[in-house]
Design a binder for this molecule. Structure first.
Ligand code: NAG
Ligand code: NAG
Ligand code: NAG
Ligand code: NAG
Length: 825
């Protein structure tokens, strides 16, 4: 029977050949509707295609741009309330016109793409308006749409795309609107402009000079007040890489808010436009060249503005990196250095870019060129592409996710209880999960993931409200409100500390996991290394003896009582503490021989009840060098042998007739009954590996909900199948299709032939597979278990290695959405 071994080697090899890329798994996963994360959702039948989100300064009102409407939502309470809704849809005629021109009817609505505060009383909004963009002022209090005396709205060309699928960005500064969008119906005239300028400030746009923008996709924009600059982020064709066809590059471009254009040259055009490449790339690797989203993270108070960071999500145009996304951080100081450096020149005859050779007449990108000479302005007009690229902080990727396509992100600086600041990123996956990750010195740690939608959909916007502790996600049918943390979900100090969530710390006084900022005294928290022993130690609870669950410190529990008949299969369930935790079982014999015990992938333990296997079982989880009991069971023989086929009772029937076999472990746990002499089986005992005895005292308590044995129905079913010899086949399929046919035929035949003989035997033998085939048909599940066991072992080996190195070689079966089913503790 070398097949299971062979199989595990094979699968192991496949795993290695597969995507063993350094990656991170979220520690806990909350699928939709899980109590640990109650999500507030606002959806009305008449709201669809949420595209823009805008939060009032006080954080009480969320303005939402959707299809044919703008809404004001009151988000000051936990449940979202609609305050007002503005209908703003194109006329029937306009929509008919639009579809006559060959556009999909569904796209001929008004999709709100610009929603910005102008001043304290007014909002400026623009929508695609049936491929004929319009803009309007909205009074925020009371909420209504303003139109010109003739009842018309403003022309929106250059401020909003025509096509609802085209991306754009817009930002208002001092009542002026800075936009980046395509400015024509065909979608091939990209432009960066300023509108709503007043007085000496005039509206500006980009000159039509060759190469200012090359088929760009605009992502976002950011205002840096101290520099009086607006930065635009986008991707476009990198024509300077003329040796690669259609090479996409990510860019940052800048303009000065003080710009008023030139007097003769560059009249009504930007004199301060410059762009540079954003290079999300680590050494010796292809760049992640396509920017998906980028956000600004202001530096902590008292630190230079140049430490402002821009966190971006990038994907790659090359298949070698397809399906992955990377996060890069760029520092404002580095960006300014690049813009202050040299610029490339475009040779107008050959259309080739080269590093500048002519004399530097001016500093492109510099603010305040209004009165500059024509010569200077001509120079800046032709020199706008910085020679250097902006490299990420530390010249490396902040994170790379091998299997997640991130689309949007939000960033927040969180002060932990030790006073240190941590960067927390909220990353939305295309499959519908919001990952919460904290940046640590040695990499990223994903604290949790929360499922925010089930059907994949293009989310246009997420918005973080720091004051409310909420991330708003704009869905196609509404707005979702996801709390940035829920510390009370962690019910013990170890759980609280192991989460390594900078938001959450253990309040020693009130014995609860709470918001770190709300705890007065020294709180239990260790974001950097999650050291439970240190963070949860207190004079009351010495390091070696504290107990995972509060209020349960001294209640020793013998465990869930499981009584079954001899030779019946016992399956003990074990909850998952976290995805980073490893589970293992300990039982009456010091090591659970794989010949007798089957540790399944879901963490459960399966074995046959024999005099040897009676006793106390512990499911122990190890995470970050911290061990805790997840479940305790007391497995005994059922007194009445006539009830063989019924479900093993969870009713507490105390074992009387039989005592526990003596444990070989050195006093690690109390025994319920004094050990008696039990007739030893003839088979050699499972060998005890030296060093497997743990010397630490473990306090046993009922930490978690215990999973009871499968319900009677399924158990009966199992017994039934067992009698028909079907479990055998079923189990094998679980192992692998590779094994299927040959082994099934072989073993079924073998079993069938010895079945009669087996029945007479009562004493099960548990030494080797060969012997097992001599046993009664009730042994079948165990024997069949041989194959899944090797499967389980393979995982047991792969997981620790993988996690230890920060590499993920995840071979466990996943749900259809690529996520493990969530098991909240
Ligand atoms: C936080 O977690 C607790 C415990 O799981 C749960 O009862 C509560 O509803 C959660 N709160 C939120 C806002 O998700
Ligand atoms: C609007 O939402 C529908 C349904 O989710 C989607 O199919 C459609 O593509 C969306 N339209 C735009 C312009 O995003
Ligand atoms: C805000 O802008 C609107 C539109 O330009 C203007 O009518 C209004 O007076 C401004 N309000 C304030 C307080 O400046
Ligand atoms: C530019 O020149 C005009 C007229 O010569 C002058 O009034 C203005 O102050 C100058 N602006 C700057 C910024 O120097």
């Amino acid at each position: 029977m070398e097949l299971p071994g062979l199989l595990s080697v094979l699968i192991g090899t496949l795993g290695l050949l597969g995507t063993c890329v350094a990656g991170i798994i979220p520690r806990v996963s909350f699928s939709m509707g899980t109590p640990g994360r109650s999500l507030g959702k606002f959806n009305g039948s008449d709201i669809s295609n949420t595209t823009t989100l805008l939060l009032s300064d006080d954080g009480q009102t969320l303005f939402v741009g959707a299809r044919d409407s703008v809404l004001a939502l009151n988000v000051s309470k936990d449940d979202v309330i609609v305050m007002s809704k503005l209908d703003w849809s194109p006329s029937e005629v306009a929509m008919k016109d639009c579809s006559m021109k060959g556009k999909e009817k569904a796209d001929c609505h008004n999709f709100i793409r610009v929603l910005q505060f102008l001043n304290s009383t007014h909002i400026y909004a623009c929508g695609t308006f049936a491929y004929s963009p319009r803009c309007a002022y909205i009074k925020s209090e009371p909420f209504f749409l303003l139109t010109t005396p003739s009842g018309r709205t403003e022309e929106g060309r250059g401020r909003c795309p025509y096509d609802p699928y085209q991306r754009n960005s817009a930002i208002t500064v001092d009542g002026e609107l800075y936009t980046a969008t395509v400015a024509d119906y065909m979608g091939n005239r990209p432009v960066i402009s300023r509108y709503l300028s007043q007085g000496a400030h005039i509206d500006l746009k980009l000159d039509d000079t060759l190469g200012w923008l090359e088929d760009p996709t605009f992502i976002s924009s950011s205002f840096v007040p101290s520099d009086e600059k607006i930065y635009f982020f986008f991707s476009e064709l990198g024509r300077e890489y003329d040796f690669i066809e259609k090479f996409t590059v990510s860019r940052i471009a800048q303009v000065c808010t003080s710009d008023v254009g030139g007097q003769r040259t560059l009249q009504r055009r930007w004199t301060t436009f410059a762009k540079a490449q954003l290079l999300c790339k680590s050494d010796n690797e292809l760049p992640y060249n396509i920017i998906q989203d980028i956000v600004t993270l202001l530096p902590p108070d008292g630190t230079p503005v140049d430490d402002t960071l821009f966190f971006g999500i990038f994907t790659s145009q090359w298949s070698v990196n397809s399906g992955r996304s990377a996060v890069c951080a760029f520092r404002l100081g580095d960006i300014k250095d690049v813009f202050a450096g040299n610029y490339k020149v475009l040779n107008r005859d050959t259309l080739r870019w080269s590093t500048r050779v002519q004399e530097k007449v001016a500093n492109p990108g510099e603010c305040g060129l209004h009165n500059a000479s024509d010569n200077t302005l001509r120079f800046v007009k032709e020199n706008f592409l910085a020679d250097d690229s902006v490299h990420p902080v530390g010249r490396r990727l902040t994170m790379v996710s091998p299997d997640q396509h991130y689309s949007h992100l939000a960033a927040q600086r969180v002060q932990a209880s030790n006073g240190q600041n941590y960067t927390v990123l909220f990353l939305l996956t295309e499959s519908g999960y919001l990952h919460k990750a904290v940046l640590l010195r040695n990499g990223m740690h994903i604290i949790e993931e929360v499922q925010v939608f089930q059907q994949p959909q293009p989310v246009k916007n997420i918005l973080l409200s720091i004051s409310k502790g909420v991330v708003f996600v704009g869905l196609s049918d509404g707005v979702l409100r996801v709390p940035t943390s829920n510390c009370s979900y962690y019910r013990s100090c170890p759980q609280c500390v192991l989460a390594r969530d900078p938001f959450c710390a253990w309040d020693r006084l009130n014995k609860e996991c709470a918001l770190a900022i709300s705890i007065q005294d020294k709180a239990g928290q260790d974001v950097d290394s999650g050291n439970v022993q240190e963070a949860c130690a207190s004079p009351m609870m010495p390091r070696s003896r504290f107990v995972p669950i509060k209020g349960n410190t001294d209640s020793y529990s013998p465990g869930e009582l499981v009584s079954v008949s001899l030779n019946e299969v016992v399956q003990l369930q074990c909850p998952e503490a976290s995805r980073l935790a490893k589970r293992h079982w300990e039982g009456p014999s010091s090591s659970l021989s794989p010949d007798v015990y089957l540790e399944l992938e879901d963490g459960s333990l399966r074995f046959l009840l024999t005099p040897d296997t009676e006793g106390q079982y512990f499911c122990i989880s190890t995470e970050n060098n911290f061990q805790q009991n997840l479940a305790v069971y007391q497995v005994t023989e059922k007194s009445s042998p006539t009830q063989k086929a019924t479900s093993p009772a969870v009713t507490p029937t105390r074992p009387q007739s039989r005592s526990l076999p003596p444990t070989t472990r050195a006093g690690t746990r109390r025994q319920l009954t004094p050990p008696l002499m039990v007739p030893k089986p003839i088979e050699p005992e499972p060998t005890t590996l030296p060093g497997q005895t743990r010397a630490t005292t473990r306090h046993v308590s009922r930490n978690f909900t215990f999973w009871a044995e499968p319900a009677g129905e399924s158990k009966d079913e199992e017994t039934l199948l067992l009698k028909q010899g079907k479990t055998y086949l079923q189990e094998l399929v679980v192992v692998s299709v590779l094994l299927a046919s040959s082994v099934v035929v072989l073993l079924t035949t073998a079993l069938y032939s010895v079945r009669q003989r087996c029945r007479k035997r009562t004493m099960p033998q548990a030494s080797s597979l060969r012997r097992e085939s001599d046993r009664s048909s009730e042994c079948d599940p165990l024997q069949v278990g041989q194959s899944p066991r090797s499967n389980g072992k393979r995982n047991g080996l792969a997981a620790p290695n993988g996690q230890g190195n920060g590499a993920v070689c995840n071979v466990t079966p996943k749900g259809s959405n690529g996520h493990l089913p969530n098991t909240p503790i």
